[in-house]
Design a binder for this molecule. Structure first.
Ligand code: ZN
Length: 135
């Protein structure tokens, strides 16, 4: 098969999401194609990088809970705490800029969008469960 026929399947191949028969066809091509091997490696780096960013757990700063409790007891008006993202936005920006070529492909965009959406979902969910509601 030609590279342009294989390329749309590379993100699924890298992610292990292809049906076995499709995966075998892609694997056979990648094994003999320098270009598709390089693109697979690049996709793998993006995937790994997003997984690392999404999985990063942060410890709340020491004294955060005490500080919140102090402030909420001192002030009667409602305060809104901005969620703290459990990853550095710089990391995501660097990851994306390091892999512009890969991300330029439609399939790459889908991988990145899914990873970013997942990271954001985790961040919001983590921020909600980690911070008590203020009153
Ligand atoms: Zn190829």
């Amino acid at each position: 098969m030609r590279c342009d026929q294989i390329r749309p399947y590379l993100p699924g191949f890298v992610g292990g999401d292809l049906r076995p028969d499709t995966g075998d066809v892609v694997a056979a091509h990648v094994a003999t194609c320098v270009s598709c091997t390089a693109e697979s490696a690049s996709l793998e780096r993006v995937r790994t990088g997003l997984a690392v960013v999404a999985a990063r757990e942060v410890e709340p700063p020491a004294g955060l809970l005490e500080g919140i409790l102090e402030r909420t007891s001192e002030h009667t008006h409602r305060r809104v705490l901005a969620p703290v993202l459990p990853f550095a936005v710089d990391d995501v920006v660097r990851l994306v800029s390091d892999h512009k070529d890969t991300i330029a492909s439609a399939a790459g965009v889908a991988v990145v969008a899914a990873g970013a959406a997942y990271a954001l979902w985790r961040a919001v969910r983590g921020a909600r469960s980690a911070q008590p509601a203020t009153s």
